[in-house]
Design a protein around this ligand. Sequence first.
Ligand SMILES: Nc1ncnc2c1ncn2[C@@H]1O[C@H](COP(=O)(O)OP(=O)(O)OP(=O)(O)O)[C@@H](O)[C@H]1O
Ligand SMILES: [Mg+2]
Length: 248
Amino acid sequence: MTKKRLLSAEHISKSFNRIEALRDATIEVYENSITAVIGDNGSGKSTLVKILSGFIKPDRGIIKTGEESYSALTVKKAIDLGIRTVYQDLSLDDHKNAYENIFLGDEITRGIFLDKKAMREEASRLLDEIKVSIPDLEEPVANLSGGQRQGLAIARALRRPGKVLLLDEPTAAMGIQESRKTMNMLQMLKEKGMTQLIVSHNLEQVFYIADRICVMRAGEVLVSVNAEDTSPEELSDMILRREDERLL
Ligand SMILES: Nc1ncnc2c1ncn2[C@@H]1O[C@H](COP(=O)(O)OP(=O)(O)OP(=O)(O)O)[C@@H](O)[C@H]1O
Ligand SMILES: [Mg+2]
């Protein structure tokens, strides 16, 4: 069965002064599937995510959602199109507590007052839905674990229904157990119909969760393959071989 393409960035180039972060990079995200983006530090993964989320404008290339094509998105446009993003740095405010972070900049109010009770209840519902346990929603988030912080950022991204969730290194700061729990949570979200694009360094994790894998190197997408048609050895060989070529 061929799946519908929900979102794509095609032939994208982006430079920051003299650094060519992306070179003619193309990536496609299919409905009800998980696409993983792997590649070394600085290969352009986060830049690609930021272009899909409207945070950065590409120099060249096109972004497509369903029938529409855009030369660039804005953050607002991306949100209107159902694109939800969890950035690599999570953008949490360490001094604020869990529920305040979920509603950061988008608070529930009653008249001119913040409706704290409604926010607490809604936060607890959102966290339950993704099976993230934060016993005390009033605790400053600086004191939470990596998994709890990631969970909060995901709950915030999914506060309003979306079509596709972009996650940049969702398990970067986690131990094995917490990573596994997060991966299972993302798998569960997929089963509920949430299409995802996940940036990761961890090949084992990528093979555990992804349907499709895109390998990036020095701003280019080297290859996009179905996970079942490749192996961790093949992909790491590919990255290493290219690295060797560059050293010659
Ligand atoms: N705002 C910026 N200004 C200048 N250079 C940037 C900016 N953002 C990214 N770059 C550069 O573009 C290149 C790609 O960066 P990017 O963050 O996309 O890589 P990455 O694959 O996400 O790396 P990592 O695995 O370390 O997160 C890097 O050389 C980086 O230094
Ligand atoms: Mg990055």
